[in-house]
Design a protein around this ligand. Structure first.
Ligand code: NCD
Ligand code: ZN
Length: 383
């Protein structure tokens, strides 16, 4: 049995308020505990989005009643909330800026809208950006100009990791995270045969590259049954990109799930929303990669505990740890998961390394498939 500190996921979508048929604070934090996470940072692209004190309190009220693991809530950067967001900063996980097209309403198309947030948000916390490719480059320049820390969410491309590496070498205050789906899946090939069949669907023909697709396609979706399940932002990339992420693991500060649950019915519809669930698969996938000598246990602890704690200025969780049977082999099955969305892109993958027990602040919170703490046990770590 391997004993590890409780993992921290800096990027989850718990869907409450507004879309509790996909997930809520109860099911999402149960999925977190089952996956070995004792703390999650919840994204603000809910319905309504979390961007002022009223919406912030709606999310925190639901969380207080229902969360089973510890948490903090992000604020979303909107076109005119820079002042109010800055005033709430001490109570928030951090500020999230959506600089590219994705699920939800919080998008800042115009760079003049970025300025007040970079000027006003307190430097004690990072600004987390959803910024891909060239908009990521622009965000890094903002970071340099304003001399403030930005954390780049879910990087997926070779050009991104190489630029972040160069930016760090120049002393620019930039950190980044990567998600398991961008480390284990590609857009054009079926997933690794060693690990199994993955999505259970294969892209019929190689997908066009990102640049070839118009942004309107993002909103329109791609329609065909099965293909909707592959939809995620950032899109799954090429083997060359995946290889570059693995080759530059030392540049990656955090692992994050970007747990973005949507129901299967939604994923298989005409307009499939982008996003994969991920809370219950990150650790077994990484432990499997550890057995394959692609990373070490120290990498996992560094990127899933130590670095997120430091980057987001999060408190220690006393008497908190997880126990993992590192040699237990099993098959990932959506039917055994706690997430409400009812599917996983890793269905049927054979993995090695299973979470057995989670102890959170002195209480046994999870053991062998059972959640043992009640809704409301989770604490807001920013209170
Ligand atoms: C996320 C969601 O569904 O909220 N979707 C996704 O594909 N990652 C939004 C996001 O993180 O961009
Ligand atoms: Zn996300």
């Amino acid at each position: 049995m391997l004993k590890l500190p409780g993992l921290i996921d800096p990027h989850v979508h718990l869907r409450e308020p507004g879309a509790t048929h996909k997930e809520d604070w109860d099911t999402g934090t149960s999925a977190a505990l089952a996956g070995g996470f004792t703390m999650v940072l919840a994204m603000p692209n809910t319905q309504p989005p979390i961007f002022d004190s009223e919406t912030f309190n709606i999310a925190l009220t639901a969380a207080k009643q229902k969360a089973r693991c510890d948490y903090a809530q992000y604020l979303g950067a909107g076109p005119d909330n820079a002042e109010i967001a800055a005033s709430l900063a001490d109570r928030a996980a951090a500020l999230k800026m959506y600089l590219d097209m994705t699920f939800g309403e919080l998008r800042l198309d115009d760079m003049t809208l970025w300025l007040p947030h970079f000027e006003k948000y307190p430097k004690a916390y990072p600004i987390v950006v959803h910024a891909e490719s060239r908009s990521m480059t622009a965000a890094i320049l903002f970071s340099a100009i304003y001399d403030r820390h930005i954390h780049i969410a879910h990087i997926s491309l070779k050009e991104e990791i190489l630029l972040i590496k160069a930016a760090k070498e120049k002393g620019i205050k930039v950190t980044c995270e990567v998600c398991p789906h961008h480390l284990f899946l590609t857009a054009t090939e079926s997933p690794s045969p060693i690990l199994g069949e993955g999505l259970g669907v294969r892209a019929e023909s190689p997908s066009p590259t990102r640049a070839e697709r118009s942004t309107s396609e993002v909103e329109a979706g791609r329609g065909a049954r099965g293909e909707g399940r592959l939809e995620v932002r950032p899109r799954l990339a090429t083997q060359k990109d995946v290889d570059a992420l693995w080759e530059n693991l030392d540049v990656i500060d955090c692992f994050a799930t970007d747990h973005a649950p949507h129901t299967l019915q939604e994923k298989d519809s005409e307009n499939p929303p982008p996003g994969f669930p991920g809370l219950e698969t990150l650790l077994p996938l990484l432990l499997t990669a550890m057995h394959e000598k692609r990373l070490t246990i120290d990498d996992i602890i560094q990127k899933s505990v130590i670095n997120p704690r430091k980057i987001f200025n999060l408190p220690d969780q006393p008497e908190t740890w997880i126990e993992v049977d590192e040699n237990a082999e099993y098959e990932i099955k959506a039917a055994e998961q706690f997430t409400r969305c009812g599917w996983t892109p890793f269905e049927g993958w054979k993995v090695k390394g299973r979470v057995r027990r989670v102890v959170l602040r002195g209480r046994e919170a999870y053991r062998d498939g059972k959640i043992l703490v009640e809704p409301g046990y989770g604490r807001n770590v920013r209170v």
